[in-house]
Ligand binder design. Structure first.
Ligand code: PLP
Length: 351
């Protein structure tokens, strides 16, 4: 397959001081089609709207997957991607779950690299900011029958983003959600499938009404084991032991999660992937064994948690500020991403 490139004549004009998250987009888009049993017509072209029939399958049944990753540019002008090959591997696994045909990971990674280079004038250099990259695949058959589409559209868009949280790297409060569930075993929770996020919005709204920032999700069956936080994985620190829920089929296998586990083990910490009972967490919060909670995900990288609300009772985590390990992980990971620190794990791909 040959990548066809048509350049926009627009300049990269960006107000880097007022980026927000995912609000503005670069001048180009990557697109590729699937029909007749194969992926074809890969192109980089000027960013613009799609012309899709109202009956298009994705609008009705949500047969679609996505990914999220970031490119960083440092003061030396280096462009650095964080574990991009792993995002495309995970994307193909998501495709398997919702009957979308696999694509050539190497080809798409190479096309994305070219897209990022063409739009490199949009990559912010300020600390905490980056170019957020969003690959997606949507079902495009224009028919209302419920069955796997025979045609798809793969696209990649890019958005220069500032820090994820408006108020900077600060601790958040979680609502432990006892009614709504994010993912059940056998469902789509382990994949980046679009419907998962629509289903989570109501709990997020509820959390905000109760003065919390995000939802702490419990397992769907027993409402007892802590699985994730918002659209992030979750970690608990008990003294110098770190625990996170094992990948059991309802947890999204986060790359930040995996990077944190690898980095902690490299530094000599005791990290365990296991089931985590909310009743134990409450007990450890009360007796102060629980020193830190944090979330992990590409968008926020590391998100400190200072408090949680469970069965109408508030629990403080550690001293209520940003924990020591939480801060260290944020500093180390962002320093590896931007090249301030060297990368002992080989996470970064320079392009
Ligand atoms: C994307 C995502 C994560 C984090 O994955 P990363 O690869 O670290 O960005 C965690 N949980 C959910 C539900 C997600 O969608």
């Amino acid at each position: 397959m040959k990548l066809n490139i048509v350049k926009s004549n627009k300049k990269a004009i960006v107000d880097f001081d007022n980026l927000g998250f995912g609000k503005i987009f670069t001048n180009h888009i990557f697109v590729m089609e699937y029909n007749g049993g194969e992926w074809k017509n890969p192109q980089i072209k000027p960013y613009g709207a799609f012309d899709l029939d109202p009956s298009t399958a994705v609008f009705h049944y949500g047969q679609a997957v996505f990914e999220g990753l970031k490119a960083y540019k440092n003061s030396k002008g280096e462009i650095r991607l964080f574990r991009p090959q792993d995002n495309f591997k995970r994307m193909n696994e998501s495709c398997d779950r919702v009957c979308i045909p696999n694509f050539d990971e190497k080809f798409v990674l190479d096309a994305m690299t070219q897209l990022v280079k063409i739009d490199s004038g949009f990559i912010p250099t300020k600390a905490g900011s980056s170019l957020y990259i969003r690959p997606s695949i949507i079902a495009t058959d224009a028919v209302l029958g419920v069955h796997p589409s025979s045609s798809y559209l793969f696209f990649i868009i890019c958005s220069p983003v500032g820090a994820y949280y408006k108020n900077g790297f600060g601790p958040i409060k979680l609502l432990v959600e006892e009614y709504y569930t994010r993912a059940a075993l056998g469902g789509t929770g382990a994949n980046k499938v679009i419907g998962n996020y629509a289903a989570s919005l109501i709990a997020q709204q509820k959390a905000m009404k109760l003065g919390c920032n995000q939802v702490m999700w419990l397992d769907a069956k027993d409402k007892r084991f802590v699985e994730e936080v918002g659209a992030m994985n979750i970690f608990f620190v008990l003294g110098d032991k770190v625990i996170t829920h094992a990948l059991n089929g309802s947890i999204l296998p986060g790359l930040t999660r995996d990077s944190v586990i690898r980095h902690l083990k490299y530094l000599g910490y005791d990290v365990s992937e296991q089931q985590i009972d909310i009743n134990d967490i409450v007990k450890y919060a009360k007796d102060k064994t629980l020193t830190e909670i944090f979330g992990t995900g590409t968008a926020a990288v590391i998100s400190p948690v200072s408090e949680f609300l469970y069965k109408d009772e508030n629990f403080a985590v550690g001293s209520g500020g940003i924990g020591k390990i939480t801060q260290m992980l944020y500093d180390d990971l962002t320093s590896i991403q931007t090249g301030v620190k060297n990368d002992p794990h080989g996470f970064v791909k320079l392009i």
